[in-house]
Ligand binder design. Structure first.
Ligand code: ZN
Length: 237
């Protein structure tokens, strides 16, 4: 493995720990990252605890889920990742998690709407209606087709899949799509007929929210927070 691959493994492991630390990953989520320019990807192993995952728990697989490097198999839902990577050359990172507010809105059949500045990239989130594990290539393909060129897809009664062009961007978007869902949920407790971002205001808000510097700022903030809380201890073995 080159130094670059090690760096990517570290990023994936950090993303898993940091998402777990803020309640956005439970014992079963996964973060993957394509090795740029190849049909191989890194992903946290099926068995490694999301709370204590180490760099050595990040395994390398091919697009059929075959283990190329590492001593543990990938999660059974690796098909989500492979089928998206096969169809989307622009995607470098895929996150699958079970975030509370997004999932609750899905259960209530309430469409996610842009309601909060930095979370306002939320738009027409499609829904995958099969709620079981996505543990076959057929289901992964079905899900990837419904996602199309989008950023995120809701898995009804299950969770969310989100894609981005880097691990850090996917991490930041995972944080703010859940923040957006939480604000929508809370606002709807006050009244169901809420005001959503729209028109020119939405366009301007969206356009200014996602500068590259924001992504790094979000990552650094959560890294520092995780360090303070002891959530990154033992990351590198
Ligand atoms: Zn799942």
């Amino acid at each position: 493995m080159s130094e670059d691959h090690q760096k990517l493994k570290l990023e994936v492991a950090m993303a898993v720990r940091m998402l777990e630390n803020i309640g956005l990953l439970d014992m079963n989520g996964h973060v993957s990252c394509r090795i740029p320019g190849t049909d191989q990807f890194l992903i946290n192993s099926r068995k490694a605890s999301r709370a204590s995952v180490k760099v050595s728990d990040i395994v390398l697989c091919d697009m059929n889920g075959n283990l190329l490097e590492g001593d543990s198999e990938p999660p059974s839902e690796y098909h989500i990742h492979t089928e998206i990577y096969k169809r989307r050359g622009d995607v470098q990172c895929v996150i699958h998690n079970h975030p509370h507010y997004q999932t609750v809105l899905g259960i209530a059949d309430i469409e996610m709407k842009p309601v909060f500045g930095i979370g306002s990239f939320v738009a027409n989130v499609p829904v995958y209606e099969k709620s079981s594990l996505v543990n076959t290539a057929e289901m992964g393909a079905e899900l990837a087709e419904i996602l199309g060129g989008g950023t995120t897809i809701q898995l009804r009664h299950h969770g969310t899949v989100l894609v981005a062009d880097s691990v850090k961007a996917a991490f930041a978007k995972s944080v703010f799509i859940e923040e957006n869902a939480k604000k929508q949920y809370d606002a709807m407790l006050l009244r169901t007929d809420i005001r959503v971002l729209e028109g020119e205001n939405l366009v301007r808000t969206r356009d200014t929210a996602w500068q590259p510097s924001i992504v790094q700022k979000v990552w650094t903030y959560h890294e520092e927070k995780a360090v303070k809380e002891g959530a990154l201890v033992g990351l590198v073995d």
